[in-house]
Structure formats: C-alpha cells, structure tokens
Design a protein around this ligand. Sequence first.
Ligand SMILES: Cc1cc2nc3c(=O)[nH]c(=O)nc-3n(C[C@H](O)[C@H](O)[C@H](O)COP(=O)(O)OP(=O)(O)OC[C@H]3O[C@@H](n4cnc5c(N)ncnc54)[C@H](O)[C@@H]3O)c2cc1C
Length: 851
Amino acid sequence: MLFAHPVGGSLLAYQPLVARLTDLRCLGLEASQRTFFDGGAAGSIQELARRYVGGFGTDHPTIDVICGWSFGGALAWEIACLLGERGERPKVVLLDSTWARGEVPVWTPAEALQGFLQDALSVGGRDVQVVADTHEEAAAALDMDLKTFGERLEIFAHNRRILCEWRPTPGALDVVSVRAAESNTSDWRTATTGGVHDHDLPGDHYTLLADAGTVAAIEQIIRDDRPAATGGPGAAGEQVGESDAADLHASLAKLVDTPHWRELVIRARRMDPDAIAEAYRELGRRGLLTPDWPREAGGSGLPTRLAIELFEGFCSTGLPDLVYALTVQIVGNFVLKSGSDRLKRELLPRISRGEEFATVLYSEPRAGSDLAALRTKAERRGDRYVLNGVKVFSIYSDISGSALVSARTGQGGNKYDGITLFVIDLAADGVSVELVETLQRERMCRVRLQDVEVESWRRVGDEGRGWALLDGALAIERTGIDHVVRAARWLGALRGTTGRVPGLERLEGQVECATTLARTATEVFLQADVKAIDTAVAKLYTSETCQQVGHEVLRRWSTLGTAPGVDDLVGEELFSGLTESPGLTLSAGTSEMMLSTISADLKEEHSRRCLGILHHFGGDLVDTVLDVLGPVGAGVKVEPLFAHSPARRGALARTLADLGFDRIERPEDEGGLGLGLPVGCAISLSTGYLGYENAYRSCALQGGGAEADDEEALHHDCDAPACRLRHAAYVLGLGIGLFHSAWEHASTREQFGQNLVAFDALMFPLIRGYAELSALGVRLHEIAENLADMDDGVVRRFELVEQDALVRVIRAAMQVLGAQGITEWSVASRFYMKCAQNIGWLDREGTVAIG
Ligand SMILES: Cc1cc2nc3c(=O)[nH]c(=O)nc-3n(C[C@H](O)[C@H](O)[C@H](O)COP(=O)(O)OP(=O)(O)OC[C@H]3O[C@@H](n4cnc5c(N)ncnc54)[C@H](O)[C@@H]3O)c2cc1C
C-alpha cells in the first residue's frame, strides 16, 4: 500500500492510520528538497506524479492500494492513472481530497507562512491559533530548526500553488472517496468512469486523520474495499476466512447480476479480447480469481474450496473458462509450486489481479501425445537461454502475456532427460503468434520462437529435469473442473431449449458425479506430491461426461440450431457444445493417454486402488468392516453363497447384528452409535465388495424395526432416500468387487506370451469402468454426507448413473474373464448374477432391491 504525501510534503499525518495497518506493507512518498529541485520544481501535480513514478523503476513492489489525504489524494490519483497506463490497477483511496472549483487567491509570502504554520499545527493535532510574523517564530512554534522549516515552507507553498491549478486527469479507475462532513467536497464521479464508493465521516479535514474513531473507520474502509491481494485483518483464521468467503461470494453476486456483465460475457464468448480482459480484470480487482493463493502471490490464503466455488460461480455465467484454467489453474498454480522467487513475484500478483493471461506451449507439429518427442531447443548463453522452435494448438496465446514452454536443453540417456520448462514473455522479440482457424470459437494459435532470449529466472525447476516436473504440471491440468462447468452450462442450455427430454436426467446425474470428482481432484492437486494418476481419473471421467453432453447437443442440433427465439447466451452454449466437444478428450492429454496412465498405476496396485474407493468412506472403518466380515466371507466363498438366497441374507443379517452393526447408525439417544449414513453406506459398500448378500438393512434392523431374523422385515421394500442410497452403495461394492476379480484374472492369465493386462484393446473398457466406479464412489460419499440438504431427485439420478455405468463395468469385466467367467463356480459369475439381481431395481421408482 502506498501513501502519497500531503501538501506539506511530510507523511506525519498518516501515522495514526498506518499504526493500525501493521499487517500490510505500507510505503510512503515524502517530499524532499531534492525531489523538489531535481529538474526544477514540478509545474503540475501530473508532472510531480510522473517524476515519482519514473523513480519507481520497473522492479517496484506491487501497489494494490494507493492512498492520499488532501493534496496527497490528488497526487495519489495522478500516480494511479500513470500506473494504470502500465496495466496496473491499484485501488485508489482518497481521503478528503478535493479540487478548486473557482478562482483561488494567490497568497502573499506572509499568508503562505501563516497558512503553512496553521496546516502543520493542525496536522500535528494542535488545535490552536498561532500567529507568526517571521520564519523564526513559526519554526519555534512548530519546534523545527530553521533550515527544515524553510524547506518545508517552500514545498508547502509550491504544492499549494500547483494544487490550486489542478484538475484531475480523467481516468477509469475505481475510487474510494472518504469525505469529512465539514469539508468542501468534490464529486469524483466527474473524474473517473470507474466506480466511486463514497464514505462520509464526521469531523473536519484535519480531525479525519486524528480522531481515533474516524481513523478506525478509515482502516475498515481500506480493508473492506481493498482488493484481496492486500491482505485482510490479521492472519487467515477460521472466522476471518468465513467472513471473507461470504464477502467474496457477495461481491461476485453483485458483479454478475448486471446487464453489463451479461453483455461482457456474450462478447467474451464471441472472442472479443477487450471483453475477456475487462471481465477478468474486474474479477481480479475483487480478489475473486485466486483467493486461495498466499498473500505475497496476490491471494488471501483462503481455502481452495472457496476458489473452486467462485470459479464455478463466474464461469456458470458463461464466461470463457479456459482463460482461467490456463492462467490461474495451470500456469499460475504451477509457478506457485515450482517457480523461482522472482518469477512468482513478477507473474503471480498480475495473474491474481486479472491483468495477465498465461498459456501453455507444449504441443509441437511432431509432438502430441508423445510430448517428450519435442524439438524446440533452449540453448544456454550466459545468464539467459535462447529458444527456437514451433509450438502448435495453443489456446489464447494471442491474448496472453506469458506462456509455459517445454524445450530441450540437452540430450540425455533417454528422451525424457534434457527437457526444461520456462515461463516466457510472449511480447519478447522473436515470438510470433498466428491464429489457427478451428471448428470452435476458442482461439487456437501456432507460436514460432525464433532466437527468443529468456532470462534464467524464468526457468522453472532445474535445467534438463523438466520431465519430472511435467508430471505435476500435467496433473494440475487434469482436474476437470473446467469441463464440469461447461457440461453444466451446456446441459442447462439443452434443458432450457428442449425441456426435460428422456436421457437428460441421467446426464444430469453424471454431471453431478463429475463435478464432485473434479472438486475433489482440484482440492488434492495443490498437495506437494500430486502425480498424473491422481487427476487422470478426473480428466477422463469429466471430459467424457462433458463430451456426452456435447453429443446430446449434436444429436439434436438439426432442431436446436434452428429453434426460434433462442436467447443469445443459450445459443452460444449450444454452439460450443457442438463445436468444443470433440476437443475435450484430446486436450490436456487424450483419453487414451489417461487410460494408459491409469493402466500403469493399476498394474502396480489395483487392490489398493479398489480399496481406495471404499476408503473414501473412512479407511479405518472400512478396514474394520472387511476384517470383521472377512472370515465369514471365506466361509461364504466355499459355499456358493453368491447366488440369491433369502436364507443366507437372513444368516448374514444375524451375523451383522451379533457384531453390533445394527447399532451403528441408530441415534445415540436410542442406544446406538449415531455414526450416520456415510458409515452405513460404507458397510453396504463393503458387503457388496465382498460379494455377500445385501443384508445390512439399517431401517429393518434399527430399533422399533424388526429383529435380524425377521425375514419379512428384511425383505420389505423401503423407498426412503437413505435406504435407496445404502442399496446403491451395496451395488457399487459389487461393481468394485467384480472389477477386482477381473483385474486379478487379467494379471495372471497369459496369452500370446503376455498377461492379459498388457492388451490395451481388452483392458481399456475395464479401466474406463474403474474411472466410473471411482467417480460414483466420490459422489456417493458426498450424497451420504449431505442427503438432508439435497433435492429429492438426487438419489434417483445417482441410481440412473450407477446402473448405466455398472452395465459397462460388467460387460468389460466378463469380457476380460473369458469363458471361465461364465462358469457356475467362478466368483465372477456370482458377482454377475448378484449385479443383475440388484441393479435392475435401481431404476424402479420407489423400490429398493431385496437381493
Ligand atoms: C481444444 C484443444 C486445446 C488444446 N490446447 C493446447 C494448449 O493450450 N497447449 C498445447 O500445448 N497443446 C494444446 N492442445 C494439444 C493437445 O495437447 C494435443 O491435441 C494432444 O496432446 C494430442 O496430440 P495430437 O492432437 O497431436 O494427437 P496424437 O498424439 O497424434 O494422437 C492422435 C490419436 O491417437 C491416440 N494415440 C496416440 N498415441 C497413442 C497410443 N500410444 N496408444 C493409444 N492411442 C494413442 C490419441 O489418443 C489420439 O486419439 C490442445 C488440443 C485441443 C484439441
């Protein structure tokens, strides 16, 4: 935060205020004889501002807020306008700052002496009238030595002169104008086309900064009106976080709920660069882009979940989401994690303020999926590198200021060695960007790098070790959060145009699963050791889900495209659904690459990954359930208990009751443990996974219900959402169990001299099934935790998605198992029959399976 000196040139007046802002980095401009005389006295406030800004150099600290009282306000405004020309956009806080609206009398030397004396006394908090005829008398009254007094007087008299002649430079910055009730006031709306927030406080021009009450009010105004980048009151404690979160949500709601925002969004969707820039700048100015980044990077240190909510909020209005995904999520987060201090300092605050976009330059004409085949060279010359090469298919490079580039700095033992990452300045000499026409509106570019000089602080990570970092960078790209906001928008547009046609309900449920998965992956990705596998499932599932919504648009395009009276924004959504869906499963790693990544991981640890889906409901709990039931399971497997059998279900129910499971969900005041539905779902899931009967029927077992050996009660259909959800959990468990059996088989069965897991054509459908089971697991957990707050249809939509996915999982698993899978004695055939008996019930309104 920067303070500009008032007319007397001293910063003393700000002392009480600055004392309350110790958590902010406050800098001040104080006038000295040197600045006054260097090059002669400045002829205007504009000229004075230019001198100060010229002195900042290019490396000056980021100024988020510039504040000035009285003359200082005028100076602050002019400095802010100059910073605005450089693309910076500080918040301007003007404290009782006004300008002359008529003739201003020219002072005689005696009047100047008296004026200065009175001003200095008032600034010093001395509300007395002192008359002085000479410099000596005045200096003595102010307790100043004569030399200092003479210098200050000269500065004062000169500044007063230029203030009298000053008219504010017209600008577009937002202004916070704090006015003293007893002062003359000017309306800053006549000076800026930006927003003006007026705050009128009691008192006069001098008490404004001297009275403890008004100073506290000003402090609050600065904090409330500050961009998030400047930090908040104290550390990000839980309470502060909550109120900041509410403020940010309110700020977003206010911003997007205007015709101007809608018009901006429509223009942005039609790729008007000015509209994209304006929209993101406004989001940045309000601290909505990176609330989860640390303060020094321009954020507010708030939880990542809040950042995701805000992102979903502004992108749901239709704003192009890839700008954010590339700039903040991919490049910004990557630099935050791995960039040099200088790179972080230079780039992140600008991204945070929405002033700079960034893009990714990985792909090359001969390097697509096989990224390590890249040929762009970076040659080290002293403290810099020289880059040469051609990058293709890069989105928004024409409107971005920076780009994350992969280049070869050497040739190691294998093609993955010798790759280095840089963040380059796209305005540097030697960079040329051409637009490439594509099906979709999003701007795709070819970027040529010819002898582009890049300083070494722009290198990310060690030279030649970029591949290891890329694993993390690619993981960040693949959370799918951008896909789910798009899918939701397209679905909304479809629904709005076609009504609730068949098929949309399941797609809605699938988008809900994808959304939960993407949110979870996004929260995970900032962990230090995130790997491509951690987000590959999310990328695969979200992009394919979004593509399915796009395919729904494609199927109906001949009628949708010509539907009369379609709203502009809805039309844009449908058009993007049609044109962007093919690219979704290619960009940021193709579906086949995701399947290969997941495959490599499953080959290593498929059992752990299967358990991982269950562990989402609580690792210890699930392990206990599996441990406790395991021995029974062994017994179950020797007898063909997988087949539907009421007697065996009754037997298992009694076992569960003996083990005390019927008390788990029962409320504490009814003698239960009150552990809730997620725990109940974990039990159902585990029994399904083990291939048991669906015997955990909480509502049948609980107090007031039947006893465990009451067959009839165990069989009664219950359509309560919680019961249906437990049943869905059981079915999901069966699916995971079947998947596990199939993978075990493929890991040991050899054909053509290799295990079946080596055959992608066979395994990819099963791996896709694994991704679907993972997404269902995450979503099921979320529903179980929040069922009471969710709409009535949520369980039904989940059931529809689950049934649809399970059919594919079963098909893929049975195919992997070969003929052995259909034999009566195989575990798989019993899972198959159990699935058949149970999933059929899922789409029957109001009924739950009893098998
Ligand atoms: C909308 C969009 C935005 C993009 N944005 C960017 C960007 O900002 N920056 C950037 O650098 N790049 C970007 N790309 C490029 C993207 O990264 C590449 O499209 C992707 O890496 C695939 O490369 P490719 O298109 O050359 O296909 P290829 O690698 O040639 O592959 C063609 C097909 O073959 C499959 N295939 C390839 N190898 C195998 C294998 N071993 N096994 C099985 N199947 C295989 C692929 O999955 C794909 O289906 C974007 C692409 C799209 C569509």
